[in-house]
Design a protein around this ligand. Structure first.
Ligand code: SF4
Length: 218
């Protein structure tokens, strides 16, 4: 019976089963390799050769670490800063690492800063200690807005009459406030001041760009 079947295949010109099986590797049909369709190993060699010819791009300089701090004020300079940031986000995200900026994130880090921006006047010894701490962590410290630069309008109580001072004395004691509101430069060395109430966005941007150039040495 078997002999009969083989004979009938030969007669009809059909390929024997053993030869048909050679064209299948573990159930997959074999792929014909050509110059346009080289084997994977050849592709790896080509890519290694290409990377040996093309020089690697220079590493990007590290991002500048930024701290943004608000003391006694209305925080309108923070609003200006976020508006400027929105307009320049593509450049800023490559340039800056906001380590501390409560308006931008909830997890803030107090480590070393390349640039620390301070808005607001200094109204208590606790605030003065914080500013001294920020100063010793920062390469550059910038006072932003009138309150930080001249102590006003946040420090209006400095201009009160003796009667008005007596009236607010219980509040001053209750909040452990200093007898007089201070500008930032009364407490620490300031590298740059951006005046205005609030600060002017173009002046702020120009100062930021100048500091980036100075710190990057370009
Ligand atoms: S300078 Fe003016 S805008 Fe800025 S924090 Fe002080 S009061 Fe607000």
């Amino acid at each position: 019976m078997k002999k009969k079947k083989l004979k009938s295949r030969k007669r009809k010109g059909a390929k024997p089963r053993a030869i048909a099986a050679k064209r299948v590797v573990k159930g997959r049909p074999t792929v014909r390799r050509t110059a346009k369709n080289p084997p994977v190993r050849a592709l790896a060699v080509r890519s290694a050769q290409a990377s040996a010819i093309i020089p690697a791009a220079p590493p990007l300089p590290p991002k500048l670490k930024i701290g943004w701090f608000s003391f006694s004020c209305c925080e309108d300079n923070t609003v200006v800063m976020t508006e400027v940031m929105n307009d320049h986000w593509q450049e800023w995200k490559r340039l800056f690492d906001f380590r501390h900026a409560r308006v931008l994130k909830s997890r803030n880090v107090m480590d070393a800063f390349d640039i620390a921006f301070i808005e607001g006047a200094i109204a208590s010894e606790h605030q003065a200690a914080s500013v001294r701490d920020i100063r010793q962590r920062s390469k550059k410290l910038v006072a932003v807005g009138a309150c930080a630069c001249i102590g006003l309008p946040a420090g209006q109580r400095n201009t009160f009459t003796p009667e008005q001072q007596a009236e607010i004395a219980p509040l001053v004691a209750r909040f452990s406030a200093l007898p007089k509101v201070l500008k930032v430069s009364d407490v620490v060395k300031v590298d740059a001041e951006i005046p205005g109430c609030p600060m002017d966005p173009n002046t702020f941007l120009a100062k930021v760009n100048a500091l980036v150039k100075e710190l990057r040495g370009v």
